[in-house]
Each structure stands twice: as C-alpha cells, then as structure tokens.
Ligand binder design. Structure first.
Ligand SMILES: *[C@@H]1O[C@H](CO)[C@@H](O)[C@H](O)[C@H]1NC(C)=O
Ligand SMILES: *[C@@H]1O[C@H](CO)[C@@H](O)[C@H](O)[C@H]1NC(C)=O
Ligand SMILES: *[C@@H]1O[C@H](CO)[C@@H](O)[C@H](O)[C@H]1NC(C)=O
Ligand SMILES: *[C@@H]1O[C@H](CO)[C@@H](O)[C@H](O)[C@H]1NC(C)=O
Ligand SMILES: *[C@@H]1O[C@H](CO)[C@@H](O)[C@H](O)[C@H]1NC(C)=O
Ligand SMILES: *[C@@H]1O[C@H](CO)[C@@H](O)[C@H](O)[C@H]1NC(C)=O
Ligand SMILES: *[C@@H]1O[C@H](CO)[C@@H](O)[C@H](O)[C@H]1NC(C)=O
Length: 366
C-alpha cells in the first residue's frame, strides 16, 4: 500500500487542500454530468472536441442566474464550478483540467509507417532512420497543424463562449509537448493576470518505455528553447529516469501520476488548469481520477471536472500500488510480426536471436 503525505506549505493561497497539514491522503474522482467525454456512450475515436464545444453538454443548471439568456454555456458552467467550491467542505476542492495531447510527432509517423510490430519490436529503440529523428520527437507538419487547430479553437471559445481560460499551465518536458503548448496558447487574448507561462513538470511526461521517443532532452536545451517558462524545482539537468533497458509499468506510472496531481493540487490554488501531455500519461491521469477510459487523438483536448478530497489515511478505500519496471523484449532486426495479446510479444526472424532470451514472453517464427 502506498500513501502520500501532503507537505506543509510555507506559502500558498486559500484553497482547501493546500491548507491541509499532517498525514493525509488525497482521493480524486471525476464529477460526471457535464461533459460528453464522461459518458460511456461517447465514442472516443470519433470524438472531435472542436465540433462539440469541448464536449460541454448543453443544459440548464440549478445555479443559472436570472440573466441566463445572456450567458453562454461555458459562462454558466463557470458559475457551477464556483458554486461547487463555495459550498464544498474544507477538505474538498474542485478543479477543471484541460488535458491536451501533443500533435503528431515523428515517432507517431514512424509507428504508422513501419506498423506497430515493426515499431515496438525494433524501430522505436533507434534514434531515427536515415531521414527522420524520433528520439525526443519533434512535431511533424501535421502535428503543427493540429496544434494550430487547438489555438484557433481556444480563440473561438474565448470570443464566442467567453470561456474561462486556464489560470495556470503545465507541460511535459518532452519536445513535442513544449512545441504543442507553445503553438496552442501563443497569441491568444488571455487575461493579464493569467498569462501563458507553463511550468515544465517531469512527472507529466509520457510513460517511460525503452523507446527513444520517451527520453527527454537536457534541462539547458529545454530552457534555451523557451527561456521564460518556469521549470519546476528539482528538475535534473539530465534525464535520470529513462534507461532504455527497463520500462515503467502501469502501476509505477499511476503512482507518479498521483504524485503529480498531489503536488499540483496542494501547491496551486487555481481552479482552471491546462496540462499538455501524452496519450499514455493522460490515460493514466484519467485512471487516477476515476474517469472512464478515453483515448485522445493526436492534438485533441478534453476538459474534465475533478473533485479532490483530503481524507485521513485510515479512510482510504482504494489505493494504488507501484510495480517494478520491467524489460520489454525486442528484436535485433525488424520482426516478422508481433503477438498483440502479449505485451511486446515480438516474433523475431529465425536468423536473429531475440534480445534478452531469458525473459519471457518470447517467440521465434518457425
Ligand atoms: C460505464 O462503463 C463502465 C465499464 O464498462 C461501467 O463499470 C459503468 O457502470 C458504466 N457507467 C454507466 C453510467 O453506464
Ligand atoms: C467509433 O468511431 C470509429 C471511427 O469513426 C469507428 O470506426 C468505430 O466503429 C466506432 N465504434 C463504435 C463502437 O461505434
Ligand atoms: C450545444 O449547442 C451548440 C449550439 O447549438 C452546438 O454548437 C454545440 O455543439 C452543442 N454542444 C453539444 C455538446 O452538443
Ligand atoms: C523514416 O521514418 C519516417 C516516419 O517517421 C518516414 O516518413 C520516412 O519515409 C522514413 N525514411 C526512410 C528512409 O525509410
Ligand atoms: C512558439 O510559437 C510561436 C507562435 O506561434 C512561433 O512563432 C514559434 O516559432 C514557436 N517556437 C517554437 C520553438 O516552436
Ligand atoms: C544538452 O543537449 C544539447 C542538444 O542535444 C547538446 O547540444 C548540449 O551539449 C547538451 N548540454 C549539456 C550541458 O549536456
Ligand atoms: C529531487 O529529485 C531526486 C532525484 O529524482 C530525488 O531523489 C529527490 O528525492 C528529490 N527531492 C525532492 C525534495 O523532491
């Protein structure tokens, strides 16, 4: 069983969780009823956030004021959220998280180009091919266009819906997310008190597989590209997590994603936040907040309404356990195929021995 201690804060605002002291545990849940993405009936693959107002369901709310006719759905939703927080007990906070997946990177293009078996079992372990680099992949032109779609959509929501824009921004340190966040939020008419200045967070990065696209660049390089963006304290110069030998497991990723949320929820009193991250990491955050599984297309953005409740360790009903990292089998040459029912079940050609023969599951073609 894993427990998280909430640090005592030196400074901080008036938000409930930041004021908590002593041993405690934060339990997260998703508040359903407001977004299409919360409904099992919504098809994530076909979901286009730009055609459905970020998924905000058209409805009336008990908190609608008398002048409701002059307010947009997003303005009325903002009143709902404000009311939830105003009426919440001291140990409860509500936040709206805009979870954005980066636009298409060269690693995504390569997976499409080589097919998933070839990608997972061989090509993903290289830095690139003769014409493309996917180690800490950058955006393709298609990925840039997807980020600009998000930028245009934010602009339209600000102009037509008077949406509340994020009060704080966070991004993964991987290049594809830095570039996506930059393109998505540059040039928007944002309030002067909440400018776009994302904090770079190590724990918002993608699941750390052996793929070179999951290895980040050094801190100096990141800082030089976006010199004004804050980098969280304790962010190391070099990537100390990616090994290329073992891969983070789902359990380990859940634990660090909860640590990420605990850190943000206890230090940042903003209600509206933007996270720019990855499909695997957003999927894991959704698991930690008890959201249905919802796989985002490259460049897609979904908001979620999250309830965080500080409870005593003795009241914890469900816990998350870490799992040790494990190696992933692969081939020394492109594989014949892979067995999709086995995680990384690479089928290597007879002529080439699979890597780490002692580690099941393995198969060679016959
Ligand atoms: C949605 O699907 C999950 C998993 O299949 C199920 O546990 C849950 O009860 C469903 N929720 C609703 C409201 O149907
Ligand atoms: C979801 O949408 C995709 C893409 O449009 C489609 O191929 C798939 O059949 C849909 N799934 C369901 C369950 O309707
Ligand atoms: C709500 O209504 C507006 C205007 O009719 C429409 O553009 C939007 O897609 C609707 N939202 C949803 C989630 O259906
Ligand atoms: C390298 O991979 C990219 C996809 O990332 C692909 O478009 C390109 O054609 C590949 N180059 C070669 C020489 O195979
Ligand atoms: C950041 O975004 C601006 C505005 O779109 C663009 O001009 C600039 O090239 C971007 N920088 C990087 C490093 O992507
Ligand atoms: C950081 O990475 C960049 C780009 O890969 C490289 O040119 C530079 O030498 C590295 N800096 C340090 C301090 O290692
Ligand atoms: C800083 O990071 C190092 C390396 O990841 C870790 O061992 C240490 O506990 C961290 N310190 C704090 C105060 O978070």
């Amino acid at each position: 069983m894993v427990r998280w201690e909430i640090p005592l804060l030196v400074s901080g605002g008036a938000c409930a969780l930041a004021a908590a002291t002593g041993p405690s545990y934060i339990e997260y849940s998703t508040v359903p009823g407001y977004f299409l993405q919360d409904l099992n009936s919504t098809n994530a693959t076909a979901f286009d956030y730009t055609t459905v107002n970020f998924g905000l369901i058209n409805q009336t709310y008990p908190t609608d004021p008398a002048n409701v006719a002059s307010l947009t759905q997003w303005q009325r939703f903002a009143i709902v959220v404000e009311s939830l927080n105003a009426n919440a007990p001291k140990n409860v906070d509500y936040k709206v998280l805009f979870l954005g997946r980066h636009g298409e990177g060269w690693h995504n293009a390569a997976e499409t180009y080589y097919g998933t078996p070839g990608w997972n079992c061989y090509w993903s372990l290289l830095d690139g091919n003769a014409t493309a680099t996917w180690s800490d992949a950058h955006l393709t032109n298609n990925g840039i266009a997807q980020a600009l779609v998000a930028n245009n959509f934010w602009l339209s929501r600000i102009e037509t819906q008077k949406i509340t824009t994020p009060q704080s921004y966070y991004t993964s340190p991987l290049s594809r997310c830095l570039e996506t966040a930059n393109l998505t939020f540059s040039g928007l008419p944002l309030p002067a008190k909440n400018p776009f200045l994302p904090t770079i967070k190590e724990k918002l990065r993608e699941g750390i597989s052996e793929h070179t696209c999951d290895r980040r660049s050094n801190k100096t390089y990141i800082h030089n590209i976006f010199p004004t963006w804050p980098i969280e304290a304790n962010f190391t110069e070099y990537d100390e997590l990616w090994t290329g030998v073992t891969a983070e497991t789902d359990g380990a990723q859940q634990v660090r994603s909860k640590q990420l949320l605990d850190n943000i929820f206890t230090t940042d009193c903003s209600t509206w936040m933007s996270f720019t991250s990855h499909s695997g990491e957003i999927g894991t955050i959704l698991e930690v907040i008890g959201h249905r599984s919802f796989s985002l297309n490259t460049g897609a953005v979904i908001p979620v309404l999250v309830k965080a409740e500080t409870i005593l360790p003795s009241q914890v009903t469900h816990t998350i356990s870490s799992m040790p990292w494990t190696p992933s089998p692969h081939c020394t040459v492109p594989p014949v195929t892979s067995i999709s029912t086995i995680d990384n079940g690479c089928v290597c050609p007879n002529s080439a021995a699979p890597v780490d023969i002692t580690l099941a599951p393995y198969a060679t073609s016959s």
